[in-house]
Design a protein around this ligand. Sequence first.
Ligand code: GLU
Length: 426
Amino acid sequence: MSEMNLISNEQENLNPYEIVQTQIDHAGELLGVSKDVLDILKKPKRVLYVSFPVKMDDGSTRVFEGYRSQHNDAIGPTKGGIRFHPEVTMDEVKALSMWMSFKCCVVNVPYGGGKGGVICDPHEFSEGEIERISRGFMEAIADIVGPERDIPAPDVYTTPQIMGWMMDTFSRMKGQFSPGVITGKPLILGGSKGRNEATARGCVFAIEEAMKTLNKPMEGATVAIQGFGNAGRILADLLAAQGCKIVAVSDSTCAIYQPEGLNLRQVEHLKDEETASIQDDPDSHVLDRPEDLLGLEVDILVPAALENVITLKNANNIKANIVAEAANGPTTPQADEILFKKGILVLPDILANAGGVIVSYFEWVQNLMNYYWSEEEVNGKLREQMVRSYHEVHTLAKQHQTDLRTAAYMISIQRITAAMEARGWV
Ligand code: GLU
């Protein structure tokens, strides 16, 4: 580890598991809930570590490691994505499962939180290898998942096709067609219309309400998006369709900026090319450092990649009016405090990106009923749930003169506590 890293880690705790515990304590204190309740909430109920062998294309066998964490199932089965990423750690997966509990609860989806991760970089593998990794991981966690137990979904670098393979493996193991074991599946296997766009669409609904709160029009609002994966990319399109001007986007290689607005079709095309990259876009310029995107003077800043992006180091440079967290855990508690003092409206991850799990819930309901809805119905119900949740959170934040994250935690902690009391756990 470099000296720089040591210094920054000393200044600020970037461990996501400890961060979520801090967030729980902070909201719990304002609510006045008992220590017993907080003790339950601050730890996942179950974490499974697995290692499994996978045959690679060159004939060798490689062992992969992964985790599945189930945080709290007081309200319903646990739910949350599976990510494939080289930096997956047990603490990260635990934290992500905890954020899922609070996310589901704040938008009134009757699930607890879960999350899984496989330590790997999918870019290194062929399609066949990814299929075998996906099936291997599902086989390894099959004992603890199921439509009434724990329901995975896509997350960073996992796709509907991967969900399809995992559903197939689980169904074969059980000897019955089990679409309700996983969401985010291809449509033909019981996926829901609108699921692929749901995280981004839900985030747009939240942004629209926040802009109304600030008395600002969507038309002409400038946007910078950090992360150009599933959520970031679709968000760019949906916001542009609302009249916003997308002035900057970044991926893991670089950030590009065009104050007059990017040509999104062109940038998307470059992103899809094997031999090109977004930095080849002739109509924008590459920022010196990708993180400079965060400090741009824009109306809306959207972190749409990974954790710990807005930290003590850069929070003071943020100039946006709204930070909409399409990613999970992009802002540290210390950065949160700075943004709040600066009067920046942060739409917290557990609210802003809840559209994904809301439509996952709709998918699961459709699977259990074996009856499928139109896209209009899905999007209409998603809008209703997002708008209602935003206003509940916003109203409580105003009452307590606190930030939206704390208010969102207060609402969800109250709901989980009521369920735990009703079940006799506390
Ligand atoms: N991975 C997404 C999230 O972090 C979706 C989870 C789900 O649909 O279950 O919210």
